[in-house]
Design a protein around this ligand. Structure first.
Ligand code: C2G
Length: 130
């Protein structure tokens, strides 16, 4: 069984997120999503999500490609997560290209997938306000 792990806030879940999750799942058999907690978002990512962690977790669990949702509480938990969940692939959008290459040392293949153009949570918020 090939296991894939990915990380993100996934606020206002949109087709860019779904495109990422679909391609991540296609790399293996089991997809773990580490969803940023509200505290991690505010304290470490300097962004406040519209939906709470519990709401974002529920939405992600409803996505057919997602097998397990865990909390992302710290930038540095990835190595432990890869060990604990025996992840064969770490997948994230190419806006992070190069940032997580160190995870290859854990025997986990790091894959940066092209982002879906034209869509982002911040753009949705801006468009709704205008
Ligand atoms: N994404 C994408 N295309 C978009 C928007 C997002 O492929 N148009 C991808 C991002 O590259 C990321 C995932 O969807 O892989 C989740 O996006 P965010 O919630 O914005 O995640 P981010 O804030 O980048 O958090 O430790 C890593 C961080 O938690 C990543």
């Amino acid at each position: 069984m090939k296991r894939v792990i990915t990380y993100g806030t996934f606020d206002l879940l949109h087709y860019g997120h779904i495109n990422l999750l679909r391609r991540a799942k296609a790399l293996g058999d089991y997809l773990i999503v580490a969803c940023s907690t509200d505290e991690f978002n505010v304290r470490q990512k300097n962004k406040k999500s519209y939906f709470t962690y519990e709401q974002r977790k529920e939405l992600l669990e409803a996505v057919r490609y997602v097998d397990l949702v865990i909390p992302e509480e710290d930038w540095d938990q990835k190595v432990n997560d890869i060990r604990e969940y025996h992840a064969d692939y770490f997948v994230i959008g190419d806006d992070w290209k190069g940032k997580f290459d160190y995870l290859e040392k854990e025997g986990c293949k790091v894959i940066y997938l092209p982002r879906t153009p034209e869509i982002s949570t911040s753009r949705i918020k801006k468009d709704i306000q205008s």
